[in-house]
Design a protein around this ligand. Structure first.
Ligand code: HEC
Ligand code: HEC
Length: 439
């Protein structure tokens, strides 16, 4: 409203000056005091009327063709104007009042129209959901690269990571040694070989000796290479690549998170994009979208399939995973900690690669350990050091070099602080703090 008034003045001041000027001229020529008195009153009315007309014009100019419901303001102004004119020009007062009434009705109707849901008219909001199904293989592969690494061309950048979070654990480049999880180079060919592995039991999931033997009851096992890849994502523990199981489970349980579940929650379309990238980048012909999608449908029951989020999740831009402004659960998800750590109170944080992060209790124990050679003196310092410099102290029974060493570059100082606040408040035997305190 304020900008309407200033604009009206900026645009129509000569008009207002004219109204006042004419009035003064007339007053100067009149001798009778009572007439002058009524002239001054008329000038005021005239000024208000002129001003309303200006606002109506400015508003009409600004909002013509937009659908934000501002246009009725013009009509309301013109209504008021017509009534005022009725007072001003007494001889045509009746006419003005009738005109004013008609405008009033028009304003009321258009105002009401704006309250109704807009069925037609205006432009539909831009479609932001990606239509994976109608993409070419190359387009799908490009989307896959963005999901895994955070951007096009990022697969060649050391440490790049996207919402799929796979590079936290997997190496992707030919000949690259990958200790945490199998290198995914050559997976299109290897997937078919896995079906013949003695632990795979393609015809009889019941014969499997793993924590979970079927993706869900009656799903059966994979029978093609693509189905093996889909099963690996949907049910990592159905078959555990020897040597890569959770420590102490004798390869019965996989540390890989289920990719369609929180925290990662990829949709079937996104999973198809990820897989297509793994074929296309090796120059191998990729199965058609529908074939990949039905492989996933075999292992992910309908109720567990995540839906594409409107607006599309922003892939980590510029390599920064989290800014610290996110609510605490989102912050952990974006940083990727839940893929490897179980964190009390954080839904979906059930990772088993690293220790349970009960840091209010763990940190004091680490600091007292005779093997501790770090620089931290307090719980907060210990947690910060563990995030920024994980090899400073390696927790007993866990291997070194598993936790990424570049969180210092990928998390803002605010994000690290917030993580430290939360983790330091977790203590054995104490209630989990309310998440709101950390949002
Ligand atoms: C927290 C670590 C972790 C993350 C994150 C992770 N994986 Fe895995 N993944 C593993 C481990 C460990 C294995 C081997 C054990 C097993 O068979 O489940 C594995 C196995 C696999 C296999 C089977 C490999 C083979 O040689 O048979 C595929 C395919 C795979 N992962 C793909 C992915 C993709 C794609 C992503 C990202 C969307 C991903 N993983 C995210 C840890 C991880
Ligand atoms: C790829 C797996 C992985 C990811 C991702 C990961 N960690 Fe770790 N983390 C580990 C492992 C393994 C250890 C134990 C070995 C060690 O001390 O380095 C560990 C140790 C720690 C410790 C020391 C725990 C203790 O009780 O002494 C803290 C704290 C920690 N991580 C926090 C985090 C946070 C916060 C994130 C996310 C920003 C994160 N980690 C992401 C694997 C991971």
């Amino acid at each position: 409203m304020v900008h309407l008034i200033t604009e009206a003045v900026a645009f129509g001041w000569p008009f207002l000056v004219l109204v006042v000027g004419i009035s003064f001229y007339k007053q100067a020529k009149t001798k009778d005091a009572a007439t002058r008195q009524s002239m001054r009153f008329n000038t005021m009315v005239g000024l208000v009327a002129a001003f309303m007309l200006l606002i109506a014009v400015v508003n009409y100019r600004d909002n013509f063709g937009t659908s934000d419901g501002m246009l009725p303001i013009s009509l309301v102004m013109i209504t008021g104007l017509a009534f005022l004119m009725g007072i001003y020009f007494t001889n045509i007062g009746a006419l003005m009042k009738i005109g004013g009434f008609m405008f009033f009705v028009a304003a009321a109707l258009s105002g009401y129209g704006n309250w109704l849901p807009q069925v037609e008219g205006g432009f539909p909001p831009p479609e932001v959901k990606l239509d994976f199904q109608s993409m070419t293989s190359q387009q799908l592969a490009d989307e896959g690269e963005k999901i895994i690494f955070g951007g096009l061309g990022q697969s060649k950048v050391q440490g790049a990571i996207g919402k799929g979070q796979c590079p936290l654990c997997h190496g992707f480049n030919q000949g690259f040694l990958s200790e945490r999880a199998p290198n995914l180079w050559d997976i299109p060919a290897r997937s078919k070989e896995r079906l013949k592995h003695e632990n795979y039991h393609m015809d009889d999931p019941g014969a499997r000796d793993t924590a979970q033997t079927e993706a869900f009851e009656g799903s059966g096992t994979a029978t093609t290479g693509q189905e093996y890849i889909a099963e690996s994502h949907a049910c990592p523990s159905c078959f555990v690549v020897p040597g890569f199981g959770v420590k102490g489970t004798n390869d019965k349980e996989s540390p890989m998170p289920r990719i369609h579940k929180p925290p990662i929650s990829l949709t079937i379309g996104e999973l198809a994009a990820v897989d297509t990238w793994m074929y296309v980048r090796e120059g191998v012909e990729s199965p058609a979208y529908d074939e990949i999608a039905s492989a996933y449908e075999k292992f992910i029951p309908e109720k567990d399939r995540p839906q594409a989020s409107e607006g599309g999740d922003e892939a980590a831009a510029g390599g920064v995973l989290a800014t610290g402004k996110e609510p605490i659960t989102d912050l952990f998800m974006k940083a990727g900690c839940p893929a490897c750590h179980t964190i009390p109170g954080i839904e979906g944080a059930t990772g088993k690669v690293g220790p349970l992060l009960m840091e209010g209790s763990n940190a004091p124990k680490r600091l007292k350990d005779s093997g501790y050679e770090g620089r931290a003196k307090s719980v907060r310092e210990y947690i910060t050091e563990s995030i920024l410099n994980p090899s400073m102290y390696v927790v007993k029974d866990f291997p070194d070099n598993q936790m990424p060493k570049d969180f210092g570059q990928k998390l803002s100082a605010g994000a690290v602080n917030k993580i430290v606040d939360y983790l330091s408040s977790l203590e054995e035997g104490k209630d989990i703090p309310s998440l709101e305190e950390f949002n």
